[in-house]
Write a protein that binds this ligand. Structure first.
Ligand SMILES: Nc1ncnc2c1ncn2[C@@H]1O[C@H](COP(=O)(O)OP(=O)(O)OP(=O)(O)O)[C@@H](O)[C@H]1O
Ligand SMILES: [Mg+2]
Length: 376
């Protein structure tokens, strides 16, 4: 039998392969009571979607709560948003045995929507009639009202919520807020990256979402917890990795979930029964970098050369608090402080560099950092 690699890097993570997040799950549990809203913010690929999916799958058997999730990345406005929400609602009307219920037919006729059923999954997809902006906002209220009157509590998860900032018109946030604020039966769980946008959307007192949701900043999983988990995943599958080697992976990837998983996946798939030397880790890091090298070269080809130089310099440095300092500029042969700062700003915008709460700058991708410092 071919054994499953215990380090998934796809979005869905099985319960037994999911590491920790106990505190965050405890916080999200409040949403099961209805009426409380939660916002999960983190760097990309830290585990927001996996956390939301894990939360839903953990409690999905509860008879008192209905879970709906939509991912609004790529939506262009409330018209698209409503289509996704209507489809999610229609799926909640499919019975446990997969039958389309009368509640579904009534929903479809009330919204004058058309319904199609995927022949493979048997899941319905709903298409609403196209509407004007004001019709869209009314439809949104009606869809949310539908959830509010559900006999069960409802948890509505909206992934990539920062996308609504891109919606045309200036009032997308106010509109969403106005339909969500009065809810008693529905709890919303928002997830999104772009911390700057998310924080201004949910915490800026001049913005409409101010204080309406509890903020959760998803940090890297605790080092001790994650490295012990890595050792367990190996031993559960008849192999071993020593704790110092798991720590080496964690530290090289700065605990950034997706990249820790990626490197562990590689080490595990090498088939080595006992991983106990730095050389094992080194080889896995090199191989993983080789796999992603094309992506790194794409940065180089697409970025103006000044920005590429600064990105490479930050990565080679590991981290930097003052990117316009003389030492840093001279060591990496960068230009003037002003042009370097301008490049840093552009790289922050492009999510190739991030700045932590202490004001330290890093290359966003820890594997790129490792590649730049060790292989260039
Ligand atoms: N707690 C966890 N245990 C094990 N693996 C995890 C965990 N959380 C996340 N992962 C892994 O890390 C990867 C990245 O997580 P995920 O896609 O949830 O991040 P994200 O924050 O939603 O990223 P994005 O901002 O790009 O949407 C997942 O594909 C999954 O394989
Ligand atoms: Mg995600």
């Amino acid at each position: 039998m071919i054994e499953d690699n215990p380090f998934p890097t796809s979005t869905f993570v099985k319960q037994e392969q999911f590491c920790d997040r106990t505190k965050e799950l405890g916080q999200l549990k409040q949403a099961l009571k209805g009426g409380s809203h939660h916002t999960i913010v983190s760097l990309r690929r830290m585990g927001k979607t996996a956390l939301v999916d894990h939360f839903i799958s953990k409690y999905s058997k509860s008879r008192d709560v209905e879970f709906l999730k939509i991912d609004i990345q790529g939506t262009q406005g409330f018209e698209d948003f409503n289509q996704l929400l209507a489809t999610a609602i229609s799926r909640s009307y499919v019975s446990a045995s997969g039958k389309l219920t009368s509640a579904l037919s009534s929903f479809i006729s009330r919204f004058r929507a058309s319904l199609s059923v995927d022949p493979l999954t048997q899941l319905p997809t709903v298409e609403l009639a196209l509407g004007s902006a004001s019709q869209n906002s009314r439809t949104l209220s009606d869809l949310v009202a539908e959830l509010e009157k559900s006999p069960k509590r409802v948890v509505l998860a909206i992934d990539e919520v920062q996308q609504i900032i891109q919606y045309p018109g200036t009032n997308a946030e106010s509109l969403l807020r106005s339909v969500i604020q009065p809810l008693r039966n529905v709890s919303c769980v928002f997830a999104g990256s772009r911390k700057d946008m998310m924080v201004s959307m949910f915490s800026d007192h001049r913005r409409p979402f101010y204080h309406s949701t509890e903020m959760m900043f998803l940090n890297p999983i605790d080092r001790n917890t994650y490295t012990n988990f890595i050792c367990e995943q190996f031993s559960k599958t008849g192999r071993t990795i020593t704790l110092p080697m798991a720590e080496m992976v964690y530290d090289a990837m700065r605990g950034h979930t997706f990249y820790v998983q990626l490197v562990c996946r590689r080490i595990w798939s090498s088939g080595q029964k006992k991983v106990n030397t730095e050389a094992h880790i080194h080889t896995a890091l090199i191989e993983t970098c080789k796999e992603l090298e094309q992506e790194f070269y794409t940065y180089r080809n697409l970025l103006p050369s000044g920005q590429w130089d600064v990105l490479l310099a930050i990565a080679r440095q590991g981290s930097i608090t003052s990117p316009s300092s003389k030492d840093f500029l001279e060591k990496h042969k960068l230009g003037l402080p002003s042009s370097t700062l301008k490049a840093v700003k552009a790289l922050l915008e492009k999510e190739l560099v991030y700045r932590d709460d202490e004001g330290t700058y890093y290359a966003y991708n820890p594997l790129f950092t490792w590649w730049a410092s060790n292989l260039t």
